[in-house]
Structure formats: structure tokens, C-alpha cells
Design a binder for this molecule. Structure first.
Ligand SMILES: Cc1cc2nc3c(=O)[nH]c(=O)nc-3n(C[C@H](O)[C@H](O)[C@H](O)COP(=O)(O)O)c2cc1C
Length: 202
């Protein structure tokens, strides 16, 4: 079902969704470079840019290692992506000559990943975030140092037809909806309506 925003937004924001049917075709470097470039320009506390990305392209020397990290249910579909990207973040930041904990390392890296996802979509490529994978194995097998967090894996690919997708996922293969804004944005305290239109409706 087509998504309908409740208020005007750039179509990009509702057009991005997370499919599971992918064609497994090779992804051009130009697409990857543009998407990573968009991620690069995300805002971050102290401009620390805590995000780091490890990429495996379908079938390359790293591919089986990356697929092997996925929870079996995710591997059923994500193994047909064109690239898998392990997203890391750096836990510390230098402030005024001192190395301190960066409390927003995950928050800022989340901003970078959505930039990536939106730029990829503008170029005709879909992304699907994956939290269901073995983080300890990722750290060990990909030699991720202790001062980096393992955040998520992103599957990137071209949308395939349903017959490329395991039947288990056919029913869920469409864009999801969202909670309304009046359950999300509040005036000063959780539960207090933020907009006059909501107060009138209550
Ligand atoms: C951090 C993160 C982890 C996720 N983990 C999984 C996952 O393990 N398996 C999966 O099928 N989808 C996963 N997703 C996809 C979400 O379920 C999906 O983004 C959400 O349902 C909203 O749908 P949409 O992206 O199509 O708008 C994850 C998304 C994010 C951002």
C-alpha cells in the first residue's frame, strides 16, 4: 500500500522503506561513493563523525564472513543483497586536548546511516537495516577494536521481484505505516498535546 504522510514532506522520506527482495546484482562504486558521501555530511557532536563503515560486496573476499554474522532468518533474504555494510561507531572523542567519552556516538551514527539510506534511494537502490546479527562474532572476526561499538548491518540492493524472496517474507514485503504525530510529539511533558489541532480533537 502506498504511504500517505499526514503533513507535507519531501516524497523521499516516505518513499524510503526496507524491502527484503533483492536482485544480488553488483552495485557500482559510484552509487556506494555517493551514499557514503551523504553519510559523511551528517551532523555530529563536536563534529566527531564517529561513524565507520566496513563493506562487503556480494561475492567478494569478505562476503561469506559478513553473511555468516547474520541471524539465520535475516540471512534468508539479506544474502541476496548487493552489499552488506557493518556500521561501527567510535566511543570516544577529543575535546580541548582530552580524550573523553562521546555520549552521542550511536545517535550521530544513526544520522549518518539515514543520510546513506536516502541518498541510495535517490539513486534507485534500497537499504534495509539489520540488528539481528552476532555482534560478538562481528567484533572478533572483523577485528573491531574495543573503542568502537558495533551498531548494525545495512543491506543494500536493487529491489527484486517476489520470486527472488523466500516465501516466509512475502506477506510482509510492503512499506509499513507509522504512529501518528500526536503520540510522538508533546508540549513540555510526555502526554501533553503539542499542537492546537490535537487539543481541539481531544
Ligand atoms: C537498527 C535497525 C535494526 C533492524 N533490524 C532488523 C532485522 O534484524 N531484521 C529485519 O528484517 N529488519 C530489521 N530492521 C528493519 C526495521 O524493521 C524497519 O526499518 C522498520 O520496520 C520500519 O520499516 P521501514 O524501514 O520499511 O520504513 C532494522 C532496522 C533498524 C534501523
Amino acid at each position: 500500500m502506498a504511504r500517505r504522510p499526514d503533513h507535507p514532506v519531501e516524497p523521499l522520506f516516505v518513499d524510503r522503506w526496507s524491502p527484503r527482495s533483492f536482485t544480488a546484482e553488483p552495485v557500482p562504486d559510484a552509487v556506494l561513493l555517493s551514499a557514503f558521501e551523504a553519510a559523511r555530511w551528517a551532523p555530529s557532536a563536536s563534529n566527531a563523525q564517529p561513524w565507520r563503515f566496513l563493506i562487503a560486496r556480494h561475492g567478494d573476499a569478505h562476503w561469506e564472513d559478513f553473511v555468516g554474522l547474520l541471524a539465520p532468518r535475516n540471512a534468508l533474504w539479506a544474502s541476496r543483497a548487493s552489499a552488506l555494510i557493518v556500521v561501527l561507531s567510535v566511543l570516544q572523542v577529543e575535546r580541548r586536548g582530552e580524550i573523553v567519552a562521546n555520549v552521542s556516538h550511536s545517535f550521530d551514527t544513526g544520522a549518518a546511516w539515514t543520510n546513506f539510506a536516502h541518498q541510495a534511494l535517490l539513486l534507485g537502490w534500497h537499504t534495509h537495516g539489520i540488528g539481528g546479527f552476532d555482534r560478538a562474532a562481528a567484533r572478533e572476526r572483523l577485528a573491531v577494536p574495543e573503542d568502537h561499538a558495533v551498531e548494525m548491518i545495512v543491506a543494500l540492493g536493487r529491489l527484486g521481484s517476489l520470486d527472488t524472496l523466500h516465501p516466509e517474507f512475502h506477506a510482509g514485503e510492503s512499506p509499513s505505516g507509522r504512529r501518528p504525530l500526536d503520540e510522538t510529539v508533546f508540549a513540555g511533558r510526555l502526554g501533553l498535546p503539542a499542537f492546537a489541532s490535537e487539543r481541539n480533537a481531544a
